[in-house]
Design a binder for this molecule. Structure first.
Ligand code: NI
Ligand code: MN
Length: 226
């Protein structure tokens, strides 16, 4: 599995010969000014919730690439209304795609579109196949429901967790989340993009080291392989 970070919560994961793009927010992200969203290829676009900092480039990338949008029922209806292909999924449900299994899991957050309309309930994704298993938490608080993931999914190889605080859990709670999901390799996201979520990166890493876990803070545009 190859992971490329495009800022905020946007990752491209290449696995089983497919490209899975999560939460594209590039054009309006000052930290991603060196990324050209027109050059990103995707077979699938997975949207955790409807907030602008997770969906703002989804329609243009889906239109150009023909990618299938995977998200909750309300967000896929919004996508279909714009003539995009979409697969609706909801909390606790999983589906087998050609890249492997995709399960939509709980997140504690909100989910409205930038115009204020209803975006369903927010979630995260657990993806697994013969190459491995990972969790993209979306925007969420620390929640006991995270303990369900190791009970119901294969062991996680890595997980993307929000660490920026204010709108989501901060890094200290995210270190507890890493315990709950029984995962030692965490990729931090949803930090530094705007003032409310600026963090001390040394302290964030130390919070995970104290639990013998690794917090990776990827540079925007960089790639890591599991
Ligand atoms: Ni959000
Ligand atoms: Mn967000």
């Amino acid at each position: 599995m190859k992971v490329t970070f495009y800022g905020q919560s946007c990752f491209l994961v290449e696995t089983m010969g497919k490209k899975l793009l999560f939460d594209p927010f590039i054009t309006d992200n000052p930290l991603a000014k060196n990324i050209d969203p027109k050059k990103i290829e995707a077979d699938y676009i997975l949207l955790t919730h409807a907030h602008g900092d997770h969906i703002s480039d989804a329609v243009s990338i889906a239109k150009r690439t023909g990618a299938l949008i995977i998200s909750n029922y309300e967000i896929t209806n919004w996508a279909k209304a714009q003539d995009l292909k979409a697969h609706p999924i909801n909390h606790g449900g999983k589906w087998q795609f050609d890249f492997g299994f995709c399960k939509y899991v709980n997140a504690v957050h909100t989910s409205s579109f930038p115009d204020g309309s209803y975006g369903g309930n927010p979630g995260g994704f657990v993806i697994w196949n013969n190459e491995g298993c990972f969790y993209h938490a979306g925007d969420t608080a620390l929640t006991m429901d995270m303990k369900l993931i190791p009970m119901t999914c294969p062991p996680l190889d890595f997980a993307m967790l929000p660490i920026g605080d204010n709108f989501t859990m901060g890094y200290k709670d995210a270190a507890f989340a890493a315990d709950f999901i029984e995962c030692n390799q965490i990729i931090g996201c949803h930090f530094d993009t705007f003032g409310y979520i600026e963090i001390d990166k040394k302290e964030a890493k130390a919070a995970f080291e104290a639990k013998n876990k690794n917090l990776m803070l990827m540079k925007v545009g960089s790639t890591w392989a599991k």
